[in-house]
Design a protein around this ligand. Structure first.
Ligand code: GDP
Ligand code: MN
Length: 397
């Protein structure tokens, strides 16, 4: 689950990570009040107004702006709230901005002593360890840094059993070229950042930029935080941070139905039971010259109601030109699934407007194929994996 910058910063601060302070605002009036309050608390004269949407690259898209007085705070907040922010990470339509974070300006005027770093914490699945990736080249696109100057990106692997060790935090501060007070600050920053990552059950932190101020403080100016969905049952306070407005509406609906659905860009919808078979089915579609339009694991119960719900979800994606149903009937018998498909298809009437290829394997597969073939519906049945792939190719042609 992705979070907004302001929520990510809240979590970081709760673990003692220093952050650029800010107050959330939903209107230009609230923004002005927030700016006044920040001035009282921090003495800042200038403010940075930051659009809160689930997308990076906001600065490039005009979603992060510096305001030098309250009139500018009001104007800029007014312009950003309600805009459809387009960044390199959004679609061409952009993302509607509902709220802004009014922040203290931490790049003090005329300041040349600041440096921006990049830092992320994530799991290295290859080694089964956490890792901190960091770079002296902060504030810009890390993909570009990786492309042009890969030697400027460092990684530090951390054994989850020991946690981060003192020498590792010092190595990071050293590689970032720090000394004195800033060096010490960075070791503290890294240690508390790692603790926050582990104890919040996050799957990713990306802090870009991490700032060294001219008075040698180290702080998170941005925060991209993803919490592991599987931990939300025990992290209620984070689960409440979910902002459904930011998520794919079809995925939100599918999730409410208990369907494991991920929207993709292709043209062949998939309905499969079991995540492994779903992955194999997506490969199959690609090999047949199609592109999967989604990942969908319907789970154990493939009855008529469930199949119909899944069909309706798949068809909400207007790019779908065919649907491949690939179900293994072990405990759930294939004939029951076949009847479910026929019933769901009939219930849907005109809403079912693309060809369907059905492959059922397992218990009573032969009976199931007969049910499909004798249904009189425009459903193609297949027995072998390859046969299903060929039929997909056929209907797409
Ligand atoms: P992103 O573009 O979505 O990654 O948003 P960021 O939070 O990283 O902000 C974009 C850029 O705005 C940063 O890289 C900074 O250069 C700049 N920025 C952020 N905070 C301040 C600030 O307090 N003062 C000034 N002058 N610039 C800031
Ligand atoms: Mn950033």
């Amino acid at each position: 689950m992705d979070l907004h910058e302001y929520q990510g910063k809240e979590i970081l601060a709760s673990f003692g990570v220093r952050i650029q302070r800010g107050i959330l605002a939903h209107s230009s009036k609230e923004a002005v009040d927030a700016a006044k309050k920040l001035t009282e608390e921090t003495g800042t004269g200038w403010h940075v107004i930051k659009a809160q949407v689930h997308a990076g690259g906001r600065g490039k898209g005009g979603g992060v702006k510096l305001a030098k007085n309250l009139k500018e705070v009001e104007e800029i907040a007014g312009n950003i709230i309600g805009m459809d922010l387009v960044t390199p990470q959004t679609s061409a339509e952009g993302k509607r901005v509902h709220q802004v974070l009014v922040c203290e300006d931490v790049y003090y005027p005329g300041d040349s002593e600041t440096s921006e770093f990049y830092m992320s914490v994530l799991l290295n699945r290859g080694t089964g360890k956490n890792m901190i990736m960091y770079s002296t080249e902060g504030g810009m696109d890390i993909e570009t840094v990786a492309e042009n100057t890969p030697h400027l990106i460092f990684t530090e692997e951390i054994d989850p059993a020991t946690g981060i060790l003192g020498f590792q935090a010092r190595k990071i501060a050293f590689n970032l070229g720090l000394s004195g007070m800033a060096f010490k600050e960075m070791t503290k920053f890294v240690a508390s950042l790692y603790k926050a990552y582990v104890e919040s059950d996050s799957s990713m932190f990306e802090i870009n930029p991490v700032l060294k101020t001219s008075d040698d403080k180290i702080m998170a100016v941005d925060a991209k935080v993803s919490i592991d969905d599987n931990s939300l049952y025990r992290r209620k306070q984070y689960a409440e941070m979910r902002d459904l407005r930011e998520e794919n509406p079809i995925e939100v609906e599918a999730s409410a139905l208990g369907l494991n659905y991920v929207d993709l860009d292709g043209n062949v919808g998939c309905m499969v039971n079991g995540a492994g078979l779903a992955m194999a089915t997506m490969d199959l579609i690609k090999m047949a010259g199609g592109e999967p339009a989604n990942f969908l694991d319907v789970g154990g119960t493939a009855d008529a109601k469930r199949v119909e719900e899944a069909f309706r979800i798949i068809l909400k994606d207007k790019g779908v030109k065919a649907i491949l149903v690939n179900i293994f009937g072990g405990i759930v018998r294939c004939d029951r699934v076949a009847n479910g498909i026929v019933e769901a298809y009939k219930n849907m009437g005109d809403a079912m407007n693309v060809p369907i290829i059905v492959r059922l394997q397992g218990t009573n597969a032969v009976i199931a194929k007969e049910i499909i073939d004798n249904s009189g519906l425009a459903v193609h049945s297949a027995v072998q994996f390859q046969e299903a792939a060929d039929k997909v190719k056929e209907v797409l042609a």
